[in-house]
Design a binder for this molecule. Structure first.
Ligand SMILES: Nc1ncnc2c1ncn2[C@@H]1O[C@H](COP(=O)(O)OP(=O)(O)OP(=O)(O)O)[C@@H](O)[C@H]1O
Ligand SMILES: Cc1ncsc1CCO
Length: 525
C-alpha cells in the first residue's frame, strides 16, 4: 500500500460545522481543497451513529483515494476496514491494538512529551500526533500546550526512525508558516504534516481553507529547502552586504517600530535617526495592527516589561510575521524573574523572531543554561565555548543569534561571525545593548527591503533578507563608532561618550567598516 501523505491531516468534529453545513459535504469540499488524510473523531456519538458516520466517510474517502483513520475505536476501524487508528495515551496500548488489527493497519498516537514520543517509538507506532501546540476550543487540554518551540526536541527524538510526525492543536492558516519554521529540530527534522480541525471544519468554505493551508505548507518547504542549500558566505561577502545595508538604511529610511524599555527609549530613538532610519516607539495593543502596515521592522525589548506591554508585544509580533517583516527580540534581564522568562517563552511561541540578541547571562537564561548568570540586566561571566553556544541557540530558535560582550558572536545556525571591535566604555554606559537592538532592527528592515521578492508566499515569514549581514553591520556600526567617539576631543567618560557615540554613528562611512572591522568567520562543523 502507498505510504500515507500526512501533509494536511483533517480531523473531523461535527460540533464545529457552521449552521446549515453537513459533515459529508464539508468532508468532500475539504478533500477537493487538498486534504491528504482524514481522521474521523466522534467524542459524543454512540456506537451505531459513529459506525454510520464512519461508513459514509470511508465511502467518500475511497472515491477520492484518501486514507481514513478512526479515532480511538478499534472496533469501528475493523468494521469499516479503515486504513488506520489514532490512539490517545490512555486508550488501548499499541501492542494490543496491533494484534487486533489487520497487518498493515496504520497506528498513530498522541504525544505531549519527549518521553511519550520515545515510548511510541519503542511500541512501534507508525506516526505520532504532537501537541497540543496551542490551546484550542475544540478539545479540553489535559496537559499545557507545548508551543512551537517544544516540538523541535520531540522531532529530534524521532531521528533515525521511519515514524511520521504531525502537529496538532490550534493550527490555522495564520500561524502555519510560523509553526513549520519554528518547529524544525536542531538536526533539521521537520514535521511531515499538520492536523487541522476548526480552520477547515468551521469554515464557510472548507475547500478554500484546505487549499490555503496546503499551499502554505508547500511554499514553506520550498523556502526551507532554499535556505538549507545556501553555502557559507565569506568574510568579504558579509562585509560587502553589510555596507550595502548601511547605505540602504540611509537611502530608504525604514520605519522601525520599537517596543523598548523606559530607560533607553530616547537614546534608542536617537541612534535610529543617526543610522538614517526612522523610529517609532509605541506599545498599545490596540494599534499594533495599524502599525504593522506602516513599519518595516519591529524591535521587542523587555527591559521594563509590564503585563499591558506584553499584550502589545504578543500582538505586534504576530502582525509583523504576517506582514513578512523582521522582528528583533532583546530579552533584557530575562534571568531576573519568572515573569520575564515566561513572557519570553510566550512571545517566542506566538511569533517567530528574526534575530535574538542578548548578553551572555541573558542568552544563557533563554537557553536554559546555567553556565553564566546575570545581575539584573548585566551579565556576570562568559561561555567556555561561545561559538558553539551561539550556533546551537540559532539552530534551536531558528533565527540569527547575537551574543554580545567584549567580543560579539553572531550566527545564523551555520556559520559564526566573531567581532572584536568596541571601546570598553560601551560596557559602562547603560543601554548600549538596547541601542544595538535598535541598530539591528533598522538594518534588518533595510535588508528585507533590499529583497525585490514582493510576491506573496504564504510560507515565508519575511522576504528573505540577509539578516546575518544586517546584524554584523549593526554591531560593526556601533562598535567602530564607539572607537572613533572616544578619540574625540571633550570625551572624558560615560556622560560625554553617549552623545559623541550618536554623532559618530551618524558620521560613519562604509569605508570605516571595511577598514576597521576586526572580524572572523567560522564555518559550520
Ligand atoms: N568591554 C567591552 N569592550 C568592547 N565592546 C564592548 C564591551 N562591552 C560591551 N561592548 C559592546 O557593546 C555592545 C552591547 O553589548 P553589552 O554586552 O554591553 O550589552 P548589554 O549588556 O545588553 O547592555 P545593556 O543592558 O546596557 O543595554 C556590543 O556590541 C558589545 O560589543
Ligand atoms: C537599567 C535597565 N533596567 C531595565 S532595562 C535597563 C536598561 C539596560 O538594559
Amino acid at each position: 500500500m502507498d505510504p500515507i501523505d500526512f501533509t494536511l491531516y483533517l480531523v473531523t468534529d461535527r460540533s464545529l460545522l457552521p449552521a446549515g453545513k453537513d459533515h459529508l459535504e464539508t468532508l468532500e469540499q475539504a478533500i477537493k481543497g487538498g486534504v491528504t488524510v482524514v481522521q474521523i473523531r466522534e467524542k459524543n456519538a454512540d456506537t451505531a451513529e459513529f459506525l454510520q458516520i464512519a461508513q459514509q466517510s470511508k465511502a467518500l474517502c475511497d472515491r477520492y483515494k484518501i486514507p481514513l483513520i478512526v479515532n480511538d475505536r478499534i472496533d469501528i476501524a475493523l468494521a469499516i476496514g479503515a486504513r488506520g487508528v489514532h490512539l490517545g495515551q490512555t486508550d488501548m496500548p499499541i501492542n494490543v491494538a496491533r494484534k487486533l488489527l489487520p497487518e498493515g493497519t496504520i497506528i498513530g498516537i498522541s504525544c505531549n512529551t519527549v518521553e511519550e514520543v520515545l515510548r511510541a517509538k519503542e511500541a512501534g507506532a507508525d506516526y505520532v500526533g504532537l501537541g497540543a501546540v496551542w490551546s484550542t476550543q475544540t478539545k479540553k487540554l489535559t496537559s499545557p500546550p507545548i508551543g512551537v518551540r517544544g516540538l523541535g526536541v520531540m522531532l529530534e527524538a524521532l531521528d533515525s526512525s521511519n515514524i511520521s510526525a504531525v502537529a496538532i492543536g490550534g493550527i490555522k492558516s495564520s500561524n502555519l508558516a510560523h509553526l513549520l519554521h519554528g518547529s524544525t529540530s536542531q538536526t533539521e527534522h521537520r514535521l511531515d504534516g499538520v492536523a487541522v480541525v476548526s480552520d477547515i471544519v468551521a469554515s464557510p468554505n472548507p475547500e478554500e481553507a484546505a487549499q490555503r493551508l496546503r499551499s502554505i505548507f508547500i511554499s514553506s518547504r520550498l523556502v526551507a529547502g532554499e535556505l538549507q542549500s545556501k553555502s557559507t558566505p565569506s568574510r568579504d561577502d558579509i562585509l560587502m552586504k553589510a555596507c550595502t545595508i548601511m547605505d540602504t538604511t540611509r537611502k530608504l529610511s525604514p520605519l522601525v517600530h520599537q517596543m523598548t524599555n523606559v530607560v533607553v527609549a530616547n537614546q534608542s530613538a536617537n541612534i535610529t535617526l543617526a543610522l538614517g532610519a526612522s523610529p517609532m516607539m509605541a506599545t498599545a495593543p490596540e494599534e499594533m495592527g495599524d502599525l504593522s502596515k506602516l513599519s518595516h521592522a519591529l524591535l521587542v525589548n523587555i527591559g521594563t516589561l509590564v503585563s499591558g506591554s506584553l499584550q502589545g508585544m504578543l500582538k505586534a509580533g504576530y502582525f509583523v510575521n504576517a506582514a513578512r517583516n523582521p522582528i528583533v527580540l532583546d530579552p533584557v534581564g530575562i534571568g531576573a524573574s519568572d515573569f520575564r522568562k515566561n513572557s519570553v517563552s510566550e512571545l517566542l511561541n506566538s511569533w517567530q523572531a528574526t534575530v535574538i540578541k542578548g548578553n551572555a547571562g541573558e542568552l544563557a537564561a533563554l537557553a536554559g543554561s546555567s553556565e553564566t548568570v546575570s545581575k539584573g540586566v548585566d551579565s556576570l561571566g562568559s561561555f567556555k565555548d561561545p561559538v558553539t553556544f551561539t550556533r546551537q541557540l540559532a539552530r534551536k530558535e531558528r533565527c540569527v543569534v547575537v551574543l554580545t560582550g567584549e567580543t560579539d558572536y553572531i550566527s545564523d545556525g551555520k556559520c559564526v561571525v566573531i567581532l572584536k571591535n568596541g571601546d570598553p566604555l560601551l560596557g559602562k554606559i547603560t543601554g548600549s545593548g538596547c541601542m544595538l537592538g535598535s541598530c539591528i532592527a533598522s538594518y534588518c528592515a533595510a535588508a528585507n527591503l533590499l529583497e525585490s521578492n514582493d510576491e506573496y508566499s504564504g510560507g515565508s515569514l519575511d522576504r528573505g533578507g540577509n539578516f546575518l549581514a544586517a546584524a554584523v553591520g549593526a554591531v560593526l556600526t556601533l562598535t567602530i563608532a564607539s572607537e572613533l567617539a572616544t578619540k574625540r576631543e571633550g570625551v572624558r567618560g560615560i556622560g560625554s561618550f553617549l552623545p559623541a557615540l550618536i554623532d559618530n554613528v551618524a558620521a560613519l562611512q562604509p569605508e570605516d567598516i571595511r577598514r576597521f572591522a576586526k572580524m572572523k568567520v567560522v564555518d559550520s562543523n
